[in-house]
Design a protein around this ligand. Structure first.
Ligand SMILES: Nc1ncnc2c1ncn2[C@@H]1O[C@H](COP(=O)(O)OP(=O)(O)O)[C@@H](O)[C@H]1O
Ligand SMILES: CC(=O)N[C@@H](CCC(=O)OP(=O)(O)O)C(=O)O
Length: 288
């Protein structure tokens, strides 16, 4: 097992206050398709989740899988258009998205967690009515905006000692629609409904960079709004930071945007003094 995180914390006793601080905490982790990389990245992520569980944290995994959807759509000769970072999703596409995310990707993560000794259990936003959606925008087709969350199933699974792994697929209100939800959006909605202690958004950069190109380690919600307004935050970082703002508004104590490609990313964030990446939280210094 890679023990870099212990080396970073230097000794286990140094990590102990952090372990105690997060005992019983609910930590929602968004695991994106790019961060999954290869089998080793998957195994390492799974080990982190199992270790978190073993030290008394309740990890809840919400995953993406954009690259895997692209690969399957390519095999089927179905093309996708993107609008503001979201896949325009017609009927044929949403069927593929559900098969790939709730089938292949979800079960791959569950299997990796179980292989590392955890009790991973895979569900989608459809299970137990977890994530009921409305259409986000008519232009996007079957892209869902989570509008009603029923997170009791997630709490029950955590209470039973399991690690829920959630595919970002939502049900509609009519009983027969399927919605494709952006992975970050789904993670934010689930974390918000759980009033999670942390939402970790794993991405492919070290964190949110300021105008000077350096990662800003602590950000207030107002700073994030200003950085979006003046263009310092751009591209794919816009929906990610907007998700963070909404999650904090919904009662998540802090959101961290960090590099999912580094070894033991989640453990480094939770169990070391300096954490990792950029932390976004309410402007109230008493918070979090
Ligand atoms: N201020 C910023 N700080 C960091 N990344 C930024 C910033 N503005 C734009 N970006 C871009 O956002 C990208 C992350 O978004 P995205 O590629 O959608 O992530 P993911 O695929 O992990 O969901 C970065 O790779 C970077 O190119
Ligand atoms: C609406 C929308 O765009 N949904 C995403 C869902 C997967 C996802 O978010 O995957 P990553 O986290 O790996 O990017 C998609 O179709 O690709």
């Amino acid at each position: 097992m890679n023990r870099d995180w212990i080396a970073t914390a230097r000794t286990l006793s140094e990590a102990l206050p952090y372990l105690q601080r997060f005992t019983g905490a609910v930590v929602v982790v968004k695991f994106g398709g790019n961060a999954m990389g290869n089998d080793e990245a998957m195994a390492e992520f799974a080990r982190d989740m199992v270790l978190m569980r073993q030290v008394g944290v309740n990890p809840v995994v919400v995953h993406g899988g954009g690259p895997m959807i692209n690969e399957m759509l390519g095999k089927l000769n179905i093309e996708s258009d993107w609008v503001r970072g979201k896949r325009v999703t017609d009927k044929a596409t949403v069927e593929v998205v559900e098969m790939v995310l709730a089938g292949m990707v979800n079960k791959r993560i569950v299997q990796a967690i179980n292989h590392e000794g955890g009790r991973g259990i895979g569900i989608s936003g459809k299970d137990d009515g977890l994530m009921i959606c409305d259409a986000d925008d008519p232009e996007l087709g079957f892209v869902g905006r989570p509008s009603e969350m029923n997170v009791q199933v997630v709490r029950d699974l955590c209470d039973a000692g399991m690690i829920p792994v959630i595919a970002p697929i939502g049900a509609g209100r009519e009983g027969n629609e399927t919605y494709n939800v952006n992975g970050d959006t789904a993670a934010g909605a689930i974390a918000g409904a759980l009033k999670a202690d942390r939402l970790l958004l794993l991405t492919d950069v070290a964190g949110v960079k300021g105008a000077d190109g350096e990662v800003v380690t602590q950000l207030s919600t107002q700073q994030v709004r200003d950085m979006i307004a003046d263009g310092t935050i751009a591209g794919g970082m816009i929906p990610k930071t907007e998700t963070a703002l909404k999650a904090v508004e919904d009662g998540v104590r802090a959101v961290v945007i960090q590099d999912g490609r580094v070894a033991n990313a989640c453990l480094l964030e939770l169990f070391t003094e300096h954490g990792a990446g950029s932390m976004i939280r309410n402007d109230d210094p008493e918070d979090g």
